[in-house]
Ligand binder design. Structure first.
Ligand SMILES: *[C@@H]1O[C@H](CO)[C@@H](O)[C@H](O)[C@H]1NC(C)=O
Ligand SMILES: *[C@@H]1O[C@H](CO)[C@@H](O)[C@H](O)[C@H]1NC(C)=O
Length: 419
């Protein structure tokens, strides 16, 4: 009897200690997760946009949005799907107002990127006419466009070169941003400093990456990172650019030529089924600039805690005023690619650990995703926070009655044809 009480006591103490240890661990884990992250706009990632702005959503005929999606449901899964999910998000968001008189921002739900080739690549050829048609409609049916000529309107234009609406860079530059959108705020994935397709005040967003699919591949966080550098993707665009100088500005070709036989580099064009798991086993993931395909890797790196090595001179990264990319990633100049091995091996372990710790912060990961339904701090909320930080609008955005600054006939003649 006495012995069994003793035994029960010992067992209790044992469990008590065990519990304490687990709690201490959880506590460590928790404080680590709660580490605040701040970008140039301050500690804003966890801001709640509700109450800080009101958005009026124009009601457009379904041919500008729903009908287009019906024709091709693939638009819901490609990397530019944010254009559709942002519309759905706003419809049920508490920042939406049904009274345009009290709105800070106006949103036009037009799916200009949902026109896909059989291979699933978006064709932007009809986008300028479609956008123009939508603007014509809102400006004749409501008084708000004419009041500012778009300065308090935002548009989601996630295509390769945003509202330049072309997938070839020279053509995109030649076209420039659609003249009617000159005063509007653009929400786009494209981000490159000093480029005609990125104007001041635009909000750069991550590309859409399917959250459930990535979640399904999560492996336990204590699996050691046994791969030093990981990359899967094209190095040469053999069809369009056999010399390798234009595609990704030669950065990918340089990675391949210099490191294909280096045992620290796990790089290949073959896309294994263990791709997501492998990223979780890697210390560094390369994000060499491509036309557009580099950016899903950036999202994957953040989600999987694989330090993104960004090889893209003058890039403007998603939500760069809220996310401290310099602290999380490694930036390597395109010309320094041949020294990539030395650059990465000379980063002190404590710096690597700090970046990994920051990447483990759930608010970082949340900001990269467009989950269904939306969650606090996700990419939808970051877009709203970005719009809220631009308020109040400068008084000079309001035109005097009859004042016009936009030229409705500017731009390529073909864009003027009705849609
Ligand atoms: C806005 O201005 C255009 C001319 O630029 C005009 O055709 C249109 O009717 C105006 N809209 C409203 C609602 O008055
Ligand atoms: C508007 O653009 C067209 C085409 O570029 C040009 O011919 C016209 O002169 C411009 N109008 C104004 C008022 O600048």
């Amino acid at each position: 009897m006495k012995i069994s009480v003793w035994a029960a006591f010992v067992i209790f103490i044992f469990f008590f200690l065990l519990l304490l240890t687990i709690q201490a661990r959880e506590h460590d884990h928790h404080t680590q997760q709660r580490e605040r992250i701040s970008g140039s706009a301050g500690d804003v990632l966890e801001d709640d946009p509700v109450g800080r702005l009101k958005v009026f959503v124009y009601e457009l005929p379904s041919k500008y949005n729903k009908k287009i999606l019906q024709k091709d449901p693939r638009c819901l899964t490609h990397m530019f799907a944010a254009e559709i999910f942002m519309h759905r998000f706003l419809m049920s968001s508490p920042v939406r107002t049904l009274n345009p008189e009290e709105a800070d921002w106006f949103y036009t739900p037009v799916y200009t990127t949902c026109d896909l080739t059989p291979n699933g690549l978006p064709l932007p050829f009809k986008s300028p006419r479609m956008m123009r048609s939508a603007i014509q409609l809102i400006s004749s049916n409501w008084p708000y466009w004419n009041r500012t000529e778009g300065a308090d309107h935002f548009f989601v234009t996630p295509h390769d070169f945003g509202a330049c609406f072309h997938y070839q860079e020279e053509k995109a530059i030649e076209r420039g941003i659609l003249p009617l959108l000159q005063r509007a705020t653009l929400v786009q994935t494209f981000g490159q400093q000093n480029h005609v397709c990125l104007k001041q005040g635009s909000i750069t967003i991550p590309p859409y990456a399917p959250p459930q699919k990535m979640q399904a591949h999560l492996i336990p966080p204590d699996i050691p990172r046994s791969i030093f550098v990981y990359f899967r993707g094209l190095f040469y665009d053999v069809g369009n650019d056999p010399e390798g100088g234009y595609y990704a500005r030669g950065a990918r070709a340089a990675v391949w030529e210099n490191f294909k036989d280096n045992p620290l580099f796990d790089i290949s064009t073959e896309h294994p089924t263990t791709y997501y798991e492998d990223m979780q086993r890697a210390v560094f993931c390369l994000c060499p600039l491509g036309w557009a395909p580099w950016s899903p890797r950036l999202v994957e790196g953040v989600i999987f805690g694989c330090i993104p090595v960004i090889i893209a001179d003058d890039i403007v990264l998603p939500f760069a005023d809220a996310i401290p990319w310099e602290d999380i990633g490694v930036f390597v100049a395109e010309k320094d690619v041949p020294n990539l091995d030395t650059i990465l091996t000379s980063i002190p372990p404590e710096v690597v650990l700090r970046k990994q710790r920051l990447l483990a912060n759930p608010s970082m990961k949340q900001a990269m995703l467009f989950p269904q339904p939306a969650q606090p701090g996700d990419a939808f909320h970051q877009i709203l926070n970005g719009l809220a930080r631009k308020l109040p609008h400068d008084r000079n955005v309001y035109l005097t009655p009859g004042e016009k600054t936009l030229n409705w006939t500017a731009g390529p003649v073909a864009d003027l044809k009705p849609w």
